[in-house]
Design a protein around this ligand. Structure first.
Ligand SMILES: Nc1ncnc2c1ncn2[C@@H]1O[C@H](COP(=O)(O)OP(=O)(O)O)[C@@H](O)[C@H]1O
Ligand SMILES: Nc1ccn([C@H]2C[C@H](O)[C@@H](COP(=O)(O)OP(=O)(O)O)O2)c(=O)n1
Ligand SMILES: [Mg+2]
Length: 240
């Protein structure tokens, strides 16, 4: 992660090799690749003095259902572009295991393949974005309904700059989920069927909304992980 206090302009005036070293140490990812082709929206305060936070560059990551490859591709985007990955499913699962007041309700909802009430989810996302020092955020698995989307807008959540949509056929998603092997209570055929029907009913209007807004990037989610990532790369490279 790039820390505040290291201003991009001072970095740019350094020699290239020193800059690459600084970035390598600070970011822990392939600085050469980032420097040469993918510098976008620097994660430092513009003036380098006040440390005031700029609006983060927020990407919502959606898919045609469970197993469409959202989490897998997010990991790659993090590694190349230095985003922070907020998986909303993970935030909710953490609530279950941290014995929070909503834990058992969240557990039941996820087991049934339904959507957790927006007020719970939205609070978790907002808190996580505010707690992050990174100005590039991936919000994976949100909004899953118009209700989710509108609730987030109402609390003044940071609007997405772009939305990725991984489109994958049902049979492939079901196959992937049943092989996921992460011990998730919702990775069974009955819950997956319910999640797919919830997707059709609730998620499609959200996709349509972002498409009409002109910020949706629909990505073919079939093929190998590498092949899919090849389709993702140009979206971020184009944002410099
Ligand atoms: N292109 C792919 N081909 C085959 N398996 C994949 C591919 N992408 C992801 N997977 C696997 O499918 C499962 C679901 O992927 P994941 O990224 O968790 O999807 P999502 O977050 O959309 O539910 C995981 O076990 C992952 O390793
Ligand atoms: N916005 C969200 C995101 C996830 N959830 C719940 C319901 C989802 O089935 C589970 C798991 O979500 P997660 O994004 O981890 O699932 P997949 O990666 O698509 O398999 O969490 C929710 O209620 N609202
Ligand atoms: Mg996921």
């Amino acid at each position: 992660m790039w820390r505040r206090g290291v201003s991009l302009s001072s970095m740019l005036s350094s020699s290239k090799s020193r800059l690459l070293n600084q970035m390598q140490v600070a970011c822990g990812f392939n600085a050469c690749q980032v420097f040469s082709t993918h510098v976008l929206n620097p994660i430092v305060a513009e003036d380098g003095v006040s440390g005031a936070r700029r609006k983060p560059f927020v990407t919502f990551v959606l898919g045609s259902g469970p197993g469409s490859g959202k989490g897998t591709q997010c990991t790659r985007i993090v590694n190349t572009f230095g985003f922070t990955h907020l998986s909303v499913g993970d935030l909710l699962r953490k609530e279950i295991y941290s014995d929070s007041e909503n834990g058992s309700m969240i557990l039941d909802t996820i087991k049934e393949g339904k959507i957790v009430p927006s007020e719970v989810t939205v609070k978790l996302i907002k808190k996580a974005i505010e707690a992050s020092e990174n100005n590039r955020i991936l919000v994976d698995g949100f909004p899953r309904s118009e209700e989710n989307r509108i609730a987030y807008e109402r609390v003044g959540g940071v609007e997405p700059d772009i939305v990725l949509f991984f489109d994958c056929p049902k049979e492939e998603m079901v196959k992937r989920v049943l092989n996921r092997n992460q011990g998730r209570i919702d990775d069974n055929i009955d819950t997956v069927k319910e999640r797919l029907s919830v997707f059709e009913e609730l998620n499609l209007p959200v996709i349509k909304y972002y498409s009409e807004k002109g910020i949706l990037h629909k990505i073919d989610g079939t093929g190998t992980e590498d092949e899919i990532y090849e389709r993702v790369l140009p979206i971020f490279a184009a944002l410099r």
